[in-house]
Design a binder for this molecule. Structure first.
Ligand code: PMP
Length: 337
């Protein structure tokens, strides 16, 4: 038997034909207590259920798929990326399943846990000095240059490679539309590369201009101001969130319709994540905390009776030493109530 698992089946109970077919088609989960409190339907897309445990599996597969399609990546090739987190994990799963090598550049300010995890998954990890994006020795730029020196290799380039956004235009957006029967009033999520927000916004707006798209930003990022004023000016930070916020407007974000932005302080994110853990039973990472805070803020602004969708990007296991470490939180003047 073959061809069992079409990528776009919406019934989670379907058998999945291997790793690639197991990416996406995640459940949309009603957040019970948040919905009851606001009188809105607050729905979260369970991206932590992807094989690599995060929303970035979709981008990883689409970037590899587009490179295969264009002929840039041929059997036995190598994928190079500069990443410290979920994109690397997603790429390793996809590369392992399709017979590619993976070389991951990471800045040296990342935890040993992350370096070890990518190594365990089979990456050649190259840890390089932490310097800003404008510096030629920036980890992403080094990844790009290294890919150029190899035969049959690609630089995934998640920030500016619009195959990342396409993943969400072709998979997450249609899934959300189908799962809500087209009845949603707002979509919100935080932004790292912008692939998630841009792809989903574009798809939803193509179906209905009435769906409100709101960018959720942590402090220490320029995206809130960019949406509000058109100028990408940094707000004071830093934030303890990981994988989100940006100082620049990526190719994935450019030209995307975004109606509004909200800014979520770290303390509100911490309160949300711990509340979800202790009262609702969920174990979420920091970007999911930001997303749920934003969804509640939008629900309060819109009033009861609205449907708001957001992303449950990953779970809390990678954040044990920071978000789920009381000493770390105390150093950052954050409290757990
Ligand atoms: N949440 C987490 C946990 C992530 O790793 C990322 C990716 N950096 C995001 C959110 C943001 O997703 P995107 O890159 O599509 O904007």
């Amino acid at each position: 038997m073959h061809g069992l698992g079409s990528e776009h089946r919406l019934n989670r109970m379907d058998t999945k034909d291997g790793l690639i077919a197991a990416i996406g088609n995640t459940p949309l989960i009603r957040m019970e207590t948040l919905s009851e409190e606001t009188g809105c339907e607050i729905l979260g897309k369970a991206e932590f259920m992807n094989p690599g445990g995060s929303v970035k599996d979709r981008a990883a597969w689409w970037m590899v798929r587009e490179a295969e399609k264009s002929g840039a990546l041929k059997p036995g090739g190598t994928v190079v990326e500069g990443t410290a987190g979920n994109t690397g994990i997603g790429l390793l799963h996809v590369c392992n399943s399709r017979g590619y090598d993976a070389v991951i550049y990471m800045p040296d300010n990342q935890s040993q846990e992350k370096i070890d995890l990518l190594g365990t998954l089979g990456a050649e990890v190259r840890v390089v000095p932490t310097v800003p994006y404008r510096d030629e020795m920036n980890f992403q730029k080094q990844a790009g240059r290294y890919a150029d020196t190899l035969e049959n290799a690609v630089w995934a380039n998640q920030f500016d490679n619009i195959a990342n956004r396409l993943a969400h235009y072709e998979s997450t957006g249609p899934e959300i539309w189908a799962q809500t029967n087209g009845k949603l009033d707002a979509f919100t999520c935080s932004v790292g590369t912008g692939g998630t927000l841009a792809g989903i916004s574009r798809y939803l707006k193509d179906q209905s201009q009435d769906v409100r798209v709101v960018l959720a930003d942590p402090f220490g990022s320029a995206l809130y101001n960019w949406v509000k004023t058109g100028k990408a000016e940094m707000t004071p930070g830093p934030s303890i969130t990981e994988g989100i916020g940006n100082s620049r407007i990526t190719e994935n974000l450019v030209g995307t319709a975004i109606d509004d932005a909200v800014q979520i302080p770290d303390q509100a994110m911490v309160d949300m994540v711990y509340r979800m853990l202790h009262k609702d039973g969920w174990f979420f990472g920091s970007s999911t905390g930001i997303n749920l805070c934003a969804a509640v803020e939008i629900a309060k602004k819109m009033g009861p009776g609205h449907t708001i969708v957001t992303m449950l990007c990953d779970d809390g296991t990678k954040y044990q030493s920071r978000l789920f470490n009381s000493e770390f939180l105390a150093e950052k003047n954050l409290t757990v109530s």
